[in-house]
Design a protein around this ligand. Sequence first.
Ligand code: ZN
Length: 240
Amino acid sequence: MRYAIISDIHANYDALEAVLASLDDIGYDLLVCLGDVVGYGAEPNECAEALRDRNARVLAGNHDHAAIGLLNLEFFNEFARIAALWTRDALTPENAEWLKNAPFVEHYSSFVVTHSTLHSPEHFDYILALMDAKMSFDLLDKPVCFVGHSHMAMTFFSTDPVTYSMDDVFEVSDDCRMIVNVGSVGQPRDEDPRASFALYDEEEGTVKLHRVEYDVMQAAQKILRAGLPEILAFRLFQGR
Ligand code: ZN
């Protein structure tokens, strides 16, 4: 099986289209989205429907939960809160219901997926420091765990102590487990504005992180036209 792993689309349909076109070129068997389909961007329904059309598996993200009233907005900054309330109004009942049914964690034969962490997925903590990764490694019984949430593509290894790498190709091994942050489709924050995603080839035993350019100007204009906070448009150009 070849798994396309994407995360943090954030209602950026221009970025999602570019990623899906790239995935069609590469070829894959199953699309898995690690959550935050919506929030920040101007096209939440388009993004949800594109994923549903492709029978994507979707995991619960904090912005998805905020948009459908399952997460208290006091945890959000002002811009995220405004976007969550805007998204709540914009989402169709079908798409809201689809997001509501997304699980926190899902297990596959050789990997596990979640939006934030394995050790407290429902709290949406971040895996940023090596200690955070260690807590999730303690619960990881498969060679690979894919996460999103921080919008920064990077990979942690279960060495002692835990190490990490910013490389984009990895061999899967039983000796050293990996937590792969696949980065963000619709709002990268690692100073590379291109959309990020991963391709996991189970037979070949490789994980490859990809970046693809998309029409940032178009996505930004849609955010401004929707009346969403300007900063949400401008940050897309910087990848921050
Ligand atoms: Zn996110």
